[in-house]
Design a protein around this ligand. Structure first.
Ligand SMILES: [Zn+2]
Length: 244
């Protein structure tokens, strides 16, 4: 099973190393799903911004491991990516968190010279550089709105959970009907009241054996049992060095 969404790593917020930020490239356009500070630096050092004319950064929610790098990206894309001193970044946020994302970019010392910030309507597909993104409100932290996305391009129809302790019913139904080509789910092994991520046992209950071939677990916490997840039939996304 291919994974069209690439990752430097698939670790949870407090783990050492790269964070769970997805990305893919089409031609000279780079699509980022969130960007932490670590991943901004990693993608820069690994050359992922080279030859890119347009960066699209789609935000799921405003936890630091998902937005900590967007200010650096706005400035780096403007000043350092060729051609210098030109705007190359568009940041997209579901409308309920659009003002928060705008404020973050302002607080990080950037303005509309460095990036455009665009709202995405919920449950409506928006075409971004030939790729459709449709946000779904999901449950993560009670006081923070978080969004999953359906992503469509060419023959791909992808579900990307963002950070969430649930899967919307309509999404489960589509997965059971085999509609998605790839399915990426925030999954954890830590179990505590008010868990903000989806426990592996719950994922096992929601997605029956036989519908797991295209389900990639991600955002994995310390001690996550990779063997057990594999034996249940779930997949791990292959991590990217530099394969384009
Ligand atoms: Zn989060």
């Amino acid at each position: 099973m291919k994974n069209s969404i690439q990752f430097l790593d698939i670790k949870a917020a407090f783990e050492k190393g790269f964070k769970n930020n997805g990305f893919f490239r089409r031609g000279d356009e780079l699509f980022l799903i969130d960007l932490s500070g670590e991943n901004f630096a990693g993608m820069r050092d690994k050359g992922f911004f080279e030859g890119v004319s347009q960066v699209h950064c789609i935000i799921t929610h405003t936890h630091g491991d998902h937005v900590g790098g967007i200010g650096d990206l706005a400035l780096y894309s403007f000043f350092t990516m060729a051609p210098g001193f030109s705007k190359k970044l568009k940041v997209y946020a579901p409308t309920p968190i659009l003002d928060d994302v705008k404020n973050l970019l302002r607080i990080f010392g950037t303005n509309d010279m460095h990036s455009d910030v665009i709202g995405l309507d919920l449950r409506k597909a928006t075409n971004i550089g030939g790729v459709e993104f449709e946000p779904f409100l999901v449950e993560h932290v009670e006081w923070l709105k978080c969004f999953a996305f359906e992503i469509r391009f060419e023959d791909n129809f992808i579900y990307y959970s963002g950070d969430s302790n649930m899967i919307p019913e309509v999404v489960v139904e589509k997965q059971l009907k085999g509609e998605y080509t790839e399915f990426y789910q925030d999954t954890c092994i830590a179990d505590y009241p008010g868990n903000v991520h989806l426990h592996l046992n719950l994922l096992e209950g929601l997605i029956p054996d036989g519908s797991r071939d295209n389900v990639f677990v991600m955002h994995l916490d310390n001690g996550f049992p990779l063997d057990k997840a594999g034996k249940l039939g779930f997949k791990l996304p292959k991590l990217s060095g530099m394969d384009y």
